[in-house]
Design a protein around this ligand. Structure first.
Ligand SMILES: NC(=O)c1ccc[n+]([C@@H]2O[C@H](COP(=O)([O-])OP(=O)(O)OC[C@H]3O[C@@H](n4cnc5c(N)ncnc54)[C@H](OP(=O)(O)O)[C@@H]3O)[C@@H](O)[C@H]2O)c1
Length: 238
């Protein structure tokens, strides 16, 4: 039976790339979506629903992802050996002084908490399965260091720390934990063509490369230019 990748944030620019990378590597996908409209969006961007199992859950609630893992354990959903997470908040240039408390909390919930839940509530399952090929991957962005856009930048900061902590925790486990640090804009194919940026289909090669290379572990994979899509550059995080 082919391996399966659980993708959290599957319907976004990066999530579609993760789904494409997983499918191109011969794996199946278990995609968490918030509703049927998002599922349809995913199928449209991927071009097919083949080898994709959809489950509806709220990834921003602290029980949503756990509920999905419980269904996997109960045999209702397919078992998975890999996780890719990339839930994101607003991509906006609103200045710091104009960010309301409500907007800040919503964005921290989407950009940080959801990705934290994705780690906290899946890693135990991967460790229990003890599959020697397991991986856990998160996508972050250089926006978190450059802060050209304040709100999305603030959301990235804690993800850097979380990724390093997770890399430490799994240095010697069966799970290869890695962070993809993306330094330029990637969008789903149609939007990418319209805006002249790189596409999810091109970026998918990075995930294929991580899945294929067992030497990439507890590392940051730095994607600085499109040339890095196929020629991966990585370094241990500590
Ligand atoms: N795109 C880039 O160029 C880039 C570069 C560097 C880093 N990153 C990082 O990668 C991550 C994803 O970016 P992206 O461009 O793929 O973002 P995106 O296209 O906006 O996708 C965000 C994903 O999160 C989901 N999501 C957001 N809010 C949600 C909510 N309240 N409830 C349920 N699901 C929610 C979206 O679901 P729906 O489809 O249902 O809305 C979608 O699957 C972010 O952390 C971003 O900072 C992206």
């Amino acid at each position: 039976m082919p391996e399966c990748v659980l993708v959290v944030g599957a319907t976004g620019n990066i999530g579609v790339a993760a789904v494409k990378g997983a499918l191109r590597s011969g794996r199946q996908v278990l995609a968490i979506v918030r509703n049927q409209a998002s599922a349809d969006k995913l199928y449209r961007h991927v071009g097919s629903s083949e080898s994709i199992t959809i489950v509806e859950a709220s990834v921003t609630s602290d029980t949503g992802i756990k509920g999905v893992v419980d269904q996997v354990k109960a045999g209702v959903l397919p078992p998975f050996q890999h996780v890719y997470t990339c839930v994101g908040g607003e991509y906006t240039d609103v200045p710091l002084k104009d960010i309301t408390t409500e907007r800040l909390r919503q964005n921290m919930n989407m950009s940080f908490e959801a990705n934290f839940f994705a780690y906290r509530d899946t890693i135990g399952y991967l460790l229990e399965q003890n599959n020697p090929n397991s991986t856990w991957t998160i996508c972050t962005g250089s926006q978190g260091d450059d802060a050209m856009f304040a709100l999305p930048a603030i959301g990235q900061g804690p993800l850097f720390s979380m990724a390093t902590a997770a890399a430490r925790e799994n240095e010697k486990t069966n799970v290869r934990m890695n962070e993809v640090y993306l330094m330029f804009r990637v969008e789903v194919d149609a939007a990418a063509a319209e805006h002249g940026v790189s596409s999810s289909s091109e970026f998918a090669s990075v995930y294929e490369g991580i899945l294929a290379n067992t030497e990439i572990r507890s590392s940051r994979v730095r994607v600085a230019t499109p040339a890095d899509f196929k020629d991966l550059k990585w370094a241990k995080k500590f």
